[in-house]
Design a protein around this ligand. Structure first.
Ligand code: ADP
Length: 322
């Protein structure tokens, strides 16, 4: 089958700024592909190049065709700065966009799909941020696109609204729609995407499935045990690399089957485990490793101004014992 997207050595400069420095990428038909990366990495520029809405050098093909002449009825595009007419209701907006196509879905069907039947007659300006974003996504679905490209579809949406949109995108993907989305939320990319592309300074620095990226760059599992008495500078060889904070013992790379043994060993030494958590690395760890940039507490890429106040909590002082 023809790939949905083939990009070869795509370049775009704005004056002296290289927004894209030679991006090559293939997205298979039916795939869900997430683009992540720091602010200014080039995600929006890449989306615009892929959809033929900005000039670029290099090659792009959508289902084998030039994006600038690609049949628009096969494409759903949500640009990041899309702002529809605020006085129109959700239904009127969907109906307006449906009117642009010969064979569009009915507004009622789209409103159901995006979970907005109860707010159909509410003016866009009176909807919540999450509902507004769902209307925007709805406008991209009226033509039942083969390829859906969404630039930050869930930015600014509350967690419940985000989950609703995830379910919708999963349903579309299951029905065969190719979905490309940019996101600031690593949990979103990890949940939705078959493959994730990490863009940094105009270059794709890693492309793979979330699991493969986590395997390659996510680091070790972490067992965190709150102990009584406090672990202090624990002088105990558990057979794993350990570190201590004031009240926690951190053990790296422990298989879950060995957790009980560790708790027993501690107990034999008079150290009781009050609580414990075992965490596998996630896409957040991959992001941190490959970009060196902190994420917010919700696992989202922060705006530069936010980083100093709400950056990663993983930098607390630990005493490491090899
Ligand atoms: P992202 O979407 O990852 O935040 P962008 O694609 O918006 O990144 O921007 C990539 C780089 O290109 C940034 O340095 C940005 O300032 C620059 N850039 C993007 N659009 C323009 C434009 N219209 N004029 C000048 N510079 C731009």
């Amino acid at each position: 089958m023809t790939d949905a997207i083939v990009a070869e050595d795509v370049r775009r400069t704005y004056g002296d700024t290289a927004a894209l420095s030679g991006v090559s990428l293939t997205v298979a038909a039916g795939e869900v592909f997430a683009l992540v990366g720091p602010n200014g990495a080039g995600k929006t520029t890449l989306v615009r190049a892929l959809t033929g809405t900005t000039d670029y050098e290099g090659g792009v093909a959508l289902f084998g065709e030039d994006p600038r002449t690609f049949d628009r009825s096969r494409l759903g595009l949500l640009p990041q700065d899309f702002t529809p007419h605020e006085r129109l209701t959700a239904r009127e907006l969907i109906a307006y966009y449906a009117g642009l196509y010969d064979d569009a879905h009915t507004p009622g069907r789209i409103l159901t799909d995006v979970g907005l039947t109860d707010s159909a007659e509410t003016a866009y300006e009176d909807l919540s941020g999450g509902q507004q974003r769902r209307v925007c996504v709805g406008t991209t679905l009226v033509n039942d696109p083969d390829l859906l490209i969404l630039d930050e579809p869930t930015t600014g949406i509350d967690p419940a609204g985000r989950r609703r949109l995830w379910e919708l995108l999963e349903e579309l993907a299951a029905a065969g729609t190719t979905v490309v989305l940019t996101t600031h939320y690593m949990a979103e990319a990890q949940r939705l995407a078959d493959r994730v592309g990490l863009l940094a300074e105009g270059e794709l620095v890693a492309v793979d499935s979330p699991a493969a990226l986590i395997d390659a760059h996510g680091g070790e599992t972490r067992l965190t045990i709150e102990t009584t008495p406090a672990p202090g500078s624990l002088d105990l060889d558990l057979g794993y690399r350990t570190a201590t904070t004031d009240d926690e013992l951190l053990v790296s790379d422990v298989p879950p089957t060995e957790i009980g043994t560790i708790v027993e060993e501690l107990s034999e030494e008079g150290i009781e485990a009050e609580s414990l958590s075992w965490m596998e690395p996630t896409l957040e760890d991959v992001y941190l490793e490959l970009t060196g940039q902190a994420l917010g507490r919700g696992g989202e890429v922060l705006a530069e101004d936010d980083e100093q106040t709400t950056g990663s909590t993983r930098t607390s002082a630990v005493e490491v014992k090899q």
